[in-house]
Design a protein around this ligand. Structure first.
Ligand SMILES: [Zn+2]
Length: 438
């Protein structure tokens, strides 16, 4: 899924219509028109004949929406392979999202959706999960997933063993994060294979060395939060478990309770299941869950109709904004901009807001950003930017490519593929829907 291409035509209140099935996506070029890939029901709905799948599997590198979401359109007989933790995250996303045609990753409802079929159970996809260094056999290919560090756990790069030699795919990765050793493992193994070809991410190929790190995010954020006697708000992507750990550890060091949302709890409980991540459960003594105002606005149980909230209402660590307001200095609250109306209930008189996300990089984001700053200023809070990227910087990526030394390079996930031509490697500017023979 390309956010850029989708954003060219669609926005918040102008979206591809679920009622037109796959039609809006194919017509507006949001997905390529390739045979033997898409769901029978969607093709028929669009006036085409169903097709038998022509591919044997889809390998998912990690659980970010731009990589995972358009699995929604795939034929049900195409199995998906992903890391165990990646699957946990997809489960969490599924638990707390409203079904739309763009997020039917784990399962889907047959289209067209007639009222009489509303109660029919969804059709489940086949998911096979792996861990690092497992070997996956698909036809004559053997695929070796190797963990990499990225801004979501359960991210992998791959070595694809073919009869002609190895093909390497980086997935999304970085070398400046909290788990750079994992990316180093991947680079070492990829280099050993002397790959004939490499598919690489290149989101930040135009940057040099950036000097960013998760430790710097911790130090800068802690500096602002420890002097703050009033309300502390932090905002980060809750798929980013390293950032969670950073702020959770700050809250423990400063003896403050860490307050999350019910949505965040869905993710945390999945991370807690994975012993490698070492993340606390959502009912840990240092964690509280913020109860949002719904329906009657009185916080009574019947106000909550979302299943993911209903099944957690019996937790003993739930807190209301009004209770926080009595002693705001005792808490660090994770609050995303889309839930800023809760500031009205929290009533901060002053305090600190830490924006631990990337800065806006398009016009639409700038408008939201401006609005966010207005809220922060309205409540007399200090605005702090404290973030490090999930993607490798240009200087580190060039070093990586020089170490792995593939015979041929295919940059993807980049707006500047031509910059790779400056390297001493055979570069291909990839065209969509074209087949490349290696
Ligand atoms: Zn990613």
């Amino acid at each position: 899924m390309s956010f850029g291409r989708r954003g060219k035509f669609f926005e918040e209140f102008l979206t591809p219509r679920t009622a037109n099935g796959i039609g809006d996506f194919l017509t507006m070029g949001l997905i390529p028109d390739i045979p033997g890939v898409y769901r029978d029901d969607l093709l028929e709905h669009f006036g085409r004949k169903p097709q038998n799948p022509e591919i044997q599997a889809v390998i998912l590198s990690h659980a970010h929406a731009d990589h995972a979401n358009y699995i929604s359109f795939l034929h049900k007989d195409i199995p998906i392979y992903c890391g165990q933790t990646c699957k946990y995250i997809l489960d969490a996303v599924d638990e707390q999202s409203q079904r739309t045609i763009e997020n039917e990753v784990l399962n889907y409802k047959k289209r067209p959706a007639f009222k009489k079929n509303y109660k029919d159970p969804p059709i489940q996809r086949t998911f096979n999960t792996f861990r690092t260094e497992d070997k996956i056999k698909i036809d004559d290919l053997e695929i070796e997933p190797i963990h990499v560090d990225h801004s979501v756990p359960g991210a992998y790069g791959f070595i694809i063993h073919t009869s002609n030699g190895a093909v390497v795919y980086t997935g999304d990765l970085r070398l400046h994060g909290a788990h750079s050793d994992m990316t180093k493992d991947f680079i070492e193994k990829a280099a050993k294979e002397k790959p004939i070809s490499m598919i690489t991410e290149g989101t930040r190929i135009d940057s040099g060395q950036t000097g960013e790190s998760e430790t710097k995010v911790y130090d800068k954020s802690k500096g602002y939060l420890q002097d703050n006697k009033h309300l502390s708000i932090v905002d980060f992507n809750f798929k980013d478990v390293d950032r969670f750990t950073t702020f959770y550890n700050i809250s423990k060091a400063l003896n403050k309770k860490f307050v999350i949302s019910f949505k965040h709890a869905c993710f945390l409980e999945r991370y807690h299941k994975d012993p490698k991540i070492k993340s606390p459960d959502s009912r840990n003594e240092n964690i509280l869950i913020l109860k949002p105002k719904r329906l009657s606005g009185t916080y009574c149980d019947e106000d909550y109709t979302d299943e993911y909230i209903k099944r957690r209402l019996n937790y003993s660590n739930i807190i209301t904004p009004e209770e926080i307001g009595k002693k705001p200095g005792d808490y660090i609250i994770v609050l995303n901009f889309w839930y800023f109306n809760q500031l009205i209930d929290l009533k901060p008189k002053s305090g600190v807001y830490i924006h631990s996300l990337s800065e806006p990089f398009n016009e639409e984001m700038e408008i939201s950003y401006e609005r966010m700053v207005n809220w922060v200023q309205f409540f007399n809070m200090d605005f702090v930017q404290s973030h490090c990227s999930g993607h490798i910087n240009g200087a580190d990526l060039k070093n990586l490519l020089e170490t792995v030394k593939p015979k041929e390079l295919f940059p993807i996930h980049t707006e500047k593929p031509e910059l790779f031509s400056k390297l001493n490697l055979k570069n291909n500017i990839v065209e969509e829907a074209k087949t490349y023979k290696i």
